[in-house]
Design a binder for this molecule. Structure first.
Ligand code: ADP
Ligand code: MG
Length: 554
């Protein structure tokens, strides 16, 4: 038997696979099942164009067989199969674009999720097996072939008898290490749960013989027997019509997928048919994940390529400020092959991400308009994130977010939006007034607020550190500038103060002289009612902001 060598690049990748130390060995099953599903797809397309082939859906399935004695897992499909040449070129050479493959292969050590994306899926079998046998017969060949390899030392291809068209891949599991890493793959429940986890939405049945228990006929005794079961549910919820689904369905999907342990506050189900087609279900959680405002939190959506989960958390699909959103995206149009340019993949993801972003924004705006109570509940949990979003990256997203931001205000002590504030502004009012302080109560006691409130000017209450920083990014809303009530000039008509200042020139000069550098100026003000004196700020930085800035490391 002649043994052929893998091409150099394939060999490198194989070595990485064989010696891979990641905990995610279980992805091999997903990869082999998705290859099987692809092969059935190919059969289906062939049948569409070739009238001599009858595609009877029931004949097409994937079957997983476990053999504890022999320590093997077999993945059998009724797909299109491979010819001798195809075995050679598909399993002997890893990817067409060699250099790109190499680059990705080095990355793979860090990120298991890349394996499935770059056309090296088959080789993941070597993470759990020390020998892999592929028996296959192509629809284009009367003869079957068997391919076998023990990893990096090469592979062999020989003719074999195989009656049916399709492929059968047998993994001879590696010997167990101390932590029993491989034997678990021979357990029905383990395989079952892996199929459920990664391949539930594969469109063809994935069958497994499941051990059951029954009472023997005319006897008290029980016996075990095997029954073939289809493990996957086949139709993903996101492919179903919205009209077929209830709120309960969306909720149980949220829990099934462990997006969160809470009840989702809102969801949207998207079926986008634009330049790039995709389906998506997005959720807003009702409570803040415990690690949300920490460095440990990882944002991201599940990413599926045509029903196959390829990434559990794709961070590129969400901007940081919508990092609280949970859910998934599935697209038939994602080209995740190593042979295509990375750029193209990035572009497709970017298009989807942009679209997802605007859908989330739309969902929040609608909620703000029509379901105020829910929105305020959401805002209590994640409003801070939105304000960070306004401030972040020099305000790059401020225009997207400014209408989603709310503040408490002196107007009926409620949360208000900038738009609501501006609509209520008095005719002569030039500025949007805000006050900073530790709490609403403390702000209410500020001497600076007295006159404004008495004359019916609304004041926004800034009680979080981020508030004033965010506002500095915005600078204005609807051409109205933001003004701290602690600033020197409130833009009010102040003839009275002017004459007071003139009449008391000498007194104020004396006070300034006594206070020295501690103040810039002493002057009369009409903003106070019951308090004799208050501090104001000349520049752009409020006293609160100055306190925060002083605590920051330089
Ligand atoms: P990818 O699936 O991304 O192309 P893989 O390494 O998973 O990369 O598989 C390589 C190739 O081997 C596939 O493109 C396909 O042509 C062939 N192949 C793998 N498994 C099967 C199968 N079960 N039936 C038919 N062809 C297969
Ligand atoms: Mg594959």
């Amino acid at each position: 038997m002649t043994k052929k060598q893998f091409q150099t690049e394939s060999k490198r990748i194989l070595e990485l696979m064989v010696h891979s130390i990641y905990t995610h060995k279980d992805i091999f099953l997903r990869e082999l099942i998705s290859n099987a599903s692809d092969a059935i797809d190919k059969m289906y397309y062939r049948a569409l164009s070739d009238e001599s082939i009858e595609f009877n859906k029931d004949d097409y399935f994937v079957k997983i067989e476990l053999d504890k004695e022999a320590r093997t897992i077999t993945i059998r499909d009724t797909g299109i199969g491979m010819t001798e040449e195809e075995l050679e070129s598909n399993l002997g050479i890893i990817a067409k674009s060699g250099s790109l493959a190499m680059k990705q292969a080095t990355k793979m050590e860090e990120d298991h999720s890349l394996i499935g994306q770059f056309g090296v899926g088959f080789y993941s079998a070597f993470m759990v097996a020390d020998r892999v046998t592929v028996r296959t017969r192509s629809i284009d060949s009367g003869q079957g072939y068997v391919w076998e390899s023990e990893g990096t030392d090469g592979y062999s291809i020989e003719p074999t008898d195989k009656a049916d068209i399709g492929t059968e891949i047998t993994l001879h599991l590696k010997a167990d290490t101390e932590d029993d890493a491989y034997s678990s793959f021979l357990e029905e429940y383990e395989i079952r749960s892996l199929i459920k986890k990664h391949s539930d939405f594969i469109r063809y049945p994935i069958k497994l013989d499941v051990t059951k228990h029954r009472q023997k006929e005319d006897s008290e005794e029980y016996e075990d027997y095997k029954e073939e079961e289809t493990v996957n549910s086949m139709v993903p919820i996101w492919r179903k019509r919205k009209s077929e689904l209830t709120d309960e369905d969306y909720k149980s999907f949220y829990h099934e997928k462990r997006y969160g342990f809470d009840e989702p506050l809102k969801h949207i189900h998207l079926n986008v048919d634009g330049t790039i087609r995709y389906q998506s279900i997005l959720y807003i959680p009702s409570t803040v994940p415990f690690d949300y405002y920490t460095k440990e939190f990882e944002k991201g959506l599940e990413l599926y390529s045509n029903g196959v989960l390829i990434m559990e958390k794709s961070p590129d699909l969400l901007p940081d400020y919508f990092g609280f959103v949970k859910g998934m995206v599935d697209s038939e149009d994602l080209s995740l092959n190593i042979s295509r340019e990375m750029l193209q993949q990035d572009r497709q993801l970017r298009v989807i991400a942009k679209n997802v972003k605007s859908k989330i924004k739309g969902m929040l705006e609608k909620m703000l308009q029509n379901e105020r109570e829910d929105y305020e509940k959401f805002y209590e949990s994640f409003g801070r994130q939105l304000k960070f979003g306004v401030y972040d990256q020099f305000g790059a997203a401020k225009d997207e977010l400014k209408d989603l931001i709310l503040f408490h205000s002196s107007h009926e002590k409620k949360l208000v939006s900038f738009q609501e504030y501006v609509e209520r502004m008095k005719e002569d009012q030039k500025y949007i007034y805000y006050a900073t302080g530790e709490s609403i109560h403390r702000i209410d006691l500020l001497p600076q607020a007295e006159r404004l409130k008495e004359e019916g000017y609304e004041i926004l209450y800034f009680t979080e550190e981020i508030d004033e920083f965010a506002i500095k990014m915005l600078q204005s809303y609807d051409d109205k500038e933001f003004k701290s009530i602690a600033s020197g000039d409130l833009g009010l008509d102040d003839a009275e103060a002017k004459s007071l200042n003139e009449d008391n020139q000498d007194l104020f000069a004396f006070m300034k002289q006594e206070l020295g550098d501690r103040v810039k100026e002493v002057r009369a003000s009409t903003r106070l009612k019951s308090h004799p004196v208050c501090l104001t700020v000349a520049g752009d930085v409020s006293i609160e902001m100055e306190k925060i800035l002083n605590t920051m490391p330089n």
